[in-house]
Design a protein around this ligand. Sequence first.
Ligand code: FAD
Ligand code: NAP
Length: 339
Amino acid sequence: MSVQVQSQVSLKPYNTFGIEVKAQYFAQAHNDDEVRQLLAHAAERQLPVLVIGGGSNLLLTADVPALVLRMASAGVRVLSDDGQRVVVEAEAGEPWHPFVQWTLAHGLAGLENLSLIPGTVGAAPMQNIGAYGVEIKDVFAGLTALDRQTGQLHAFDLEQCDFAYRDSLFKRNPGRWLILRVRFALSRAQQLHLDYGPVRQRLSEQGIEQPTAQNVSDAICSIRREKLPDPAELGNAGSFFKNPVVSAQLAAQVRDAHPGVVGYPQADGQVKLAAGWLIEQAGWKGFREGDAGVHRLQSLVLVNYGQASGGQLYALAQRIQADVLARFGVELEMEPNLY
Ligand code: FAD
Ligand code: NAP
């Protein structure tokens, strides 16, 4: 086998929480052939396989008794271009934000609201990454995945991925599909989404009245840098809880008891409550116990001040979930993938 497999490898550099656990075996795959070699190697030894990208949506609670296969494949290409609509394909191991910057540098709009999200292209469909009113499903043109049960390649279209809020077919079937490359339908026309959060305001503060997609990306990067901790400085996995989407009846009950609650009506009549508001009202913002804590500016983000274990962060998350349930009757669901 040409690809190198190491044993007892620290995963600290490979997860943005900076949690110190070991992989029994670890290898990086740079192309489809290496992926297949590694899966065969693991199958021969009856080893489970955990596929990772940038490790920015993981909570590792113990050493991983598996082959950790990190996707490191590279390559971005234009598949079709009719002058307006351009389909671009990127390999799973491409880092997400540099890929977004590549599309913008080529005059292609569509991914600008998803700027500065850590991680890789291959993991983006897992939870249908979203920010500032755009999700990848909005610009999705297909993906190729390897079925780990059969070894066959499968091309997925939008409908087959069954994308939902921070969710997809792939997230609901952990370990089945290994995403190899993803396609996006981007546009030379600048149909921008500016009406979410403080985006328009930031552009107007900068004196930009007719923004380009690159302007929107820059504005979102500046907002995100102000609000979110940089994992290189403070370990975190972004939002630790999904915003709960609850029935209109439950939302009304919460609002009666807590008139300030932040909620957004959904097309299906349900209401998306801001989990950050609930956690902050419950008094957890800035909480710290040992090295596990809740960020002082953003209560949706759990942080590792240095030596927190995954178990300590998970215990903190469970305390927050129980408290929010007791106070508001609302269940918070974890967003990162727990191992
Ligand atoms: P990993 O954490 O490595 O893996 C995540 C899951 O996907 C795991 O279950 C893994 O097994 C699986 N996986 C990874 N690659 C593949 C593959 N090729 N094939 C099959 N399965 C695979 N998320 C948002 O949606 N919106 C945001 O705005 C956002 N902001 C963030 C900000 C910060 C500071 C941080 C730290 C995180 C943020 N996230 C956000 C979460 C995270 O960055 C995204 O979910 C990202 O897509 C995860 O990519 P990754 O490569 O790091 O995945
Ligand atoms: P924010 O702008 O302070 O807004 C708080 C919450 O309210 C957000 O979570 C957002 O939900 C919701 N919201 C705000 N405006 C909305 C609108 N017009 N319509 C519907 N819902 C609205 O949020 P933030 O924490 O700074 O994050 C900004 C964006 O980046 C959000 O989209 C957020 O999801 C995304 N983000 C995600 C992660 C992650 O790890 N998943 C981390 C950081 C930021 P939504 O989350 O549903 O958009």
